[in-house]
Design a protein around this ligand. Structure first.
Ligand code: BG6
Length: 297
């Protein structure tokens, strides 16, 4: 296993050709390759210097998803919280012979990143004055990528949070993509501003701007199919919700950091999380959850 790090990013690659590239800014995974194949979409105009959340890859959403609600402890935070715009610490690597991705032997590498209240900017700390510790583990294996968040309440009072992994997957052609694993689920349609829809598609085509929050999913796997063939399996662990997002033409055009302008044809966000309610964490308690993404090419 090859690992290199500098003061802005950590890169790891396996002898079999898989690689991952993680920015300390937001602990954002900006590349995950299986051989020559890139699995994550990253905008050509993504801002990587730490001044803005990254448009693409896997930004981490914590402690609030979307615009914060009024009259909540998160109300003063920016959209999607502060994790994606904070500078994380690289805590080190370990190789493992077991776990969700292991196929036997010394074939996985795990990179750990940390963020705690003491690392926050004064503004973020003031807006959300809780003592917490996050450990984000990124495991690269031959079979896929696993990303797990451990949240610890290090303070003396309980806090509430939401958490989501905002994964931008690469697709060849959005007009030939379908998503399975959602049927029967209740969702909020943020495009129509409507709640309580029930998904009726076994294989959901993406044919227009899509921004849906599926809550309390019964199945733990959401799959993305390209031309009817499985391309990605996204498997949730201890997370009940999944957001499916594609900005389509107009919304993509309105984002200054979205490029190329036709890039919406080649991406789909499938975002696992706990966002339809709040996770409450008592003083001293921890919460752990994440995903495994399998690239099926
Ligand atoms: C999705 C939300 O998760 O993120 C969308 O459901 C939002 O409503 C999108 O537009 C992108 O958010 P941002 O803050 O990265 O532009």
């Amino acid at each position: 296993v090859d690992i290199s790090s500098d003061n802005s990013r950590v890169t790891a690659s396996l002898p079999t050709g898989e690689s991952v590239d993680v920015l300390l800014h937001g602990a954002t995974i900006i590349s995950w390759k299986s051989g020559k194949q890139e699995n994550l979409w990253l905008s050509e105009k993504a801002v990587l210097d730490g001044t803005k959340a990254v448009r693409g890859g896997i930004p981490v959403v914590f402690p609030v998803f979307g615009p914060p609600p009024p009259n909540h402890a998160t109300s003063k935070l920016p959209q999607h919280g502060f994790a994606r715009t904070s500078r994380w610490e690289y805590l080190g690597k370990s190789t493992s012979e077991s776990g969700a991705l292991s196929q036997g032997g010394d074939d996985c590498v795990k990179l750990d990143f940390g963020l705690s209240s003491s690392n926050l900017t004064a503004d973020a700390k003031k807006a959300w004055p809780y003592d917490f510790g996050l450990i984000y583990s990124v495991t690269l294996g031959r079979g896929g990528l696993q990303t797990v968040m451990n949240v610890r309440n290090e303070g003396k009072e309980p806090f509430e949070f939401q958490f989501l992994l905002h994964t931008y997957l690469v697709v060849k052609d959005i007009s030939k993509v379908t998503v399975t694993g959602l049927m029967g689920a209740i969702y909020t349609d943020k495009v129509l501003n409507a709640t309580n829809h029930t998904e009726t598609h076994a294989a959901l085509p993406i044919t227009a701007e899509t921004d849906r929050v599926y809550a309390s999913l019964a199945q733990d796997t959401t799959s993305v199919l390209q031309d009817g063939k499985p391309r990605f399996d996204v498997v949730r662990d201890n997370l009940d919700d999944t957001v499916v997002w594609n900005p389509w033409r107009e919304k993509a055009a309105a984002m200054s950091d979205f490029a190329p302008k036709e890039g919406w044809r080649n991406m789909l966000c499938v975002e696992v999380g706990s966002v339809s309610g709040w996770q409450k964490l008592e003083a001293g308690d921890t919460f752990e959850a994440g995903q495994v993404i399998r690239s099926l090419l």
